[in-house]
Every structure is written in structure tokens, then in C-alpha cells.
Design a protein around this ligand. Structure first.
Ligand SMILES: C[S@@+](CC[C@H](N)C(=O)[O-])C[C@H]1O[C@@H](n2cnc3c(N)ncnc32)[C@H](O)[C@@H]1O
Length: 359
């Protein structure tokens, strides 16, 4: 065997541009951990709405150590997450950053996004080993930050869009929900979507299901706290085997692509939904052509897909691994492959595609 080495001319300016871009990436990687740290220690919340605090004042208000807080604040200021006033030596949180980092009712709320990302990074050495063999890594095997971060990341978007936009975009569904419908929320995780729908439609009954026992325990607790446990039940069940039939509406929020056998799951929906019922599928926003997803949203989703969604699907039977950027054409194939005759894009946001499938 011989190897031929070609002399390739390297443009030093382009090389240094790339190195400095990479420095920014390293800063961003570390900042993801610092955002989670600031969220867990209450640093952003304590800073929000103040005219500015010194590290000592912020440490005192949060019961934390000043030396850590000072270093954390400087990293935040260098990254533009926090403002620094040179004259007073005080740090403040601009109003827009305060919304994004502390207001859990805003659709722009970000801490859950970072928490899921950090949970994924924590588990990345395990995923690295799976990438050698092609084995999967189940959703249930991840650290708790992945599960809780996912709930905190998705809930603000559901609050903003599910009841005002997504359900009304489906043909005749809101009328059924108002009258009293039977709804299955499959792959419901901590049940954020299930509970939100139950709160909006008091005449309807909801059955949430997920194969992850820990998530279902949390979902039950959340339903009790929200006062809807009388109309919301939860089952530990895979998407191919949850109980009940005659559903008016079956929903799947950001989970179809995580399943090993999405076509099998779709067939189960087909058998469980009424002949005039509806299946709502919410999936990450993506274009059909891979190269059209090479943008910041696609980048984040391909990252999550590598560390979370693809391993999750590969850990299950069939292991179809649609990935988090499957796109409409691929989802259509899955849905029609299970015998649904109607399929359309009903709504979308920059982060989500909402599909309606009907028998
Ligand atoms: C990204 S999370 C979304 C959770 C929830 N729907 C939400 O929007 O917050 C994906 C969920 O799919 C669930 N899941 C994955 N494969 C499944 C399967 N085969 N059957 C049921 N649930 C599954 C996982 O346990 C996880 O809760």
C-alpha cells in the first residue's frame, strides 16, 4: 500500500478566521453550562429588574459564593448575555434577555433549551461509543436534565401555539373538543401538551402515554398539581400498544421521529382513532432537502438528533431513525404507509411543523 500526500496550499487568513470562529464556539459550548448554572442558582432571576448589581450583591441575594459569581458574570458579559457598566462596576440583565432567561410564560423562554443541550452533552461519551457500533441509546437512559429540559423547552411553545393556532388549524377538531372528545396524547413525556389541552377543554377526556416510566410518573404529578387529574390519565406504554379505541383525536408532539417503528406507531393510531377522527403530528420544522436545513435551527436540531433522537430510535425495534430533520415528505410516507388517506400541513412555526392526518 502506498499513500500519496498532496501539498495543499493553506490560506493563513482563512485559517485564522476559522480558528477565531472556533474560539467563539468553545465560548458558546461553555456558556451552555453557565446558562444552566445561572438558571439553577437563580442568578438571572435575581439580576432581572434590578438597575444593576455588583458580584457581591448578586451573591448575597442568591446565597452563592462571590468569587464564582464574579467569574460567571464576566463570562456572561463577554458573551453579551449580561450588560456591564464600567463606571459603577455593576452588571445588569437587559429587558429582552430577562424575558428569554427568566420568564417561563414567554414563548422566547430559553433555559429548557440549554438544559436539554447540556443533558445531551453530559451523555455524549456514551453516544460516542454507540456511534462505533450503531447501537442505540434509549430516551429513558439519559440524565434527568434531558427529560426536564425537554419539558421546559417545549411547554412555552405549546402555551403560545397549541390552543390558539394548532388545534384550530385542524378540520372540525375544536368543536369536538368543546363538546367533549376522547384524546390520546402519545409520547407525552411530562404531559405538558396533555395538561394544556385538558385545561382548555374541560368537557374532554385525555389519555397520555409514553414508554418512559419516569416521565409518566412526573406527568401524573403535573396533572394533580394542575387540578385536571379527574379527566387526564397516563399510561406507561409504547406507541404501538397504548390502550383504548374510539379516539376523536390522537396527538404526537415531537416524538414520532424518536420512535423505532414510526410506521407501526402510525398503524396503531389508525386502529385506535375513530373513522372520522384526526391524528395531529407535531414535528421539528425542517425542509425536505438536507442542504436546505443548513441554518441555525437545523444546526441545533441535527445536534439534538445526533445525541438524542437518532440513538433513541436506533435503541428500539426496527430502528428507522427518521432523525429530527425528517421533513414533510418523509413524514407523509410514514403516515400514508400506515393507511391514512389524508395528510396535510396544517400549521407551522419557525421551530415546528404541524400535520393533520385522517383515516
Ligand atoms: C422529545 S420527547 C417529547 C415529549 C413530549 N411529547 C413533549 O412534547 O414534551 C420524545 C418522547 O417520546 C417518547 N418515546 C420515544 N419512543 C417512544 C415509543 N416507542 N413509544 C412511546 N413513547 C416514546 C420518549 O420517552 C419521550 O418522552
Amino acid at each position: 500500500m502506498s499513500s500519496v500526500q498532496q501539498a495543499v496550499e493553506v490560506d493563513r487568513d482563512k485559517l485564522m478566521q476559522f480558528v477565531f470562529r472556533a474560539v467563539d464556539e468553545v465560548g458558546a459550548t461553555l456558556n451552555a453550562a453557565l446558562v444552566v448554572m445561572g438558571d439553577k442558582l437563580g442568578l438571572y432571576r435575581a439580576l432581572a429588574g434590578t438597575g444593576g448589581l455588583t458580584p457581591g450583591e448578586l451573591a448575597e441575594r442568591t446565597g452563592t459564593a462571590e468569587r464564582y459569581v464574579r467569574e460567571w458574570l464576566n463570562a456572561q458579559a463577554a458573551g453579551g448575555f449580561v450588560a456591564y457598566d464600567t463606571d459603577s462596576g455593576r452588571y445588569s440583565l437587559p429587558p429582552e434577555e430577562a424575558v428569554a432567561l427568566t420568564d417561563s410564560s414567554s414563548p422566547a423562554y430559553l433555559p429548557g433549551f440549554f438544559q436539554t443541550a447540556i443533558g445531551s452533552v453530559i451523555d455524549s461519551p456514551l453516544i460516542t461509543e454507540k456511534a462505533r457500533t450503531g447501537d442505540g441509546f434509549g430516551w429513558h437512559e439519559h440524565v434527568h436534565d434531558v427529560h426536564e429540559g425537554c419539558e421546559r423547552f417545549f411547554r412555552p411553545g405549546y402555551n403560545a401555539h397549541l390552543v390558539p393556532e394548532w388545534l384550530p388549524a385542524l378540520d372540525g377538531v375544536v368543536e369536538k373538543l368543546e363538546r367533549g372528545a376522547l384524546v390520546a396524547d402519545v409520547g407525552c413525556g411530562h404531559g405538558a401538551s396533555t395538561i394544556l389541552m385538558a385545561q382548555a377543554y374541560p368537557n374532554s377526556t385525555f389519555v397520555g402515554s409514553d414508554y418512559h416510566e419516569g416521565s409518566i410518573e412526573t406527568a401524573r404529578e403535573r396533572a394533580r398539581e394542575a387540578g385536571v387529574a379527574d379527566r387526564v390519565s397516563f399510561q406507561i406504554a409504547p406507541a404501538a400498544a397504548y390502550g383504548g379505541t374510539g379516539y376523536d383525536l390522537v396527538t404526537m408532539f415531537d416524538c414520532l421521529h424518536d420512535m423505532g417503528d414510526p410506521v407501526g406507531a402510525a398503524r396503531h393510531v389508525r386502529s385506535a382513532v375513530k373513522p372520522d377522527g384526526t391524528w395531529m403530528i407535531v414535528e421539528p420544522n425542517a425542509n425536505d432537502r438536507t442542504e436546505d436545513n443548513f441554518n441555525p435551527v437545523g444546526r441545533a436540531y441535527y445536534g439534538f438528533s445526533t445525541l438524542l433522537c437518532t440513538p433513541a430510535s436506533l435503541s428500539q425495534e426496527v430502528g428507522l431513525a427518521l432523525g429530527a430533520q425528517a421533513g414533510e415528505a418523509r413524514i407523509r410516507e410514514v403516515v400514508q404507509g400506515a393507511g391514512f388517506t389524508q395528510f396535510r400541513r396544517a400549521s407551522e412555526t419557525p421551530f415546528n411543523l404541524v400535520f393533520e392526518a385522517r383515516p
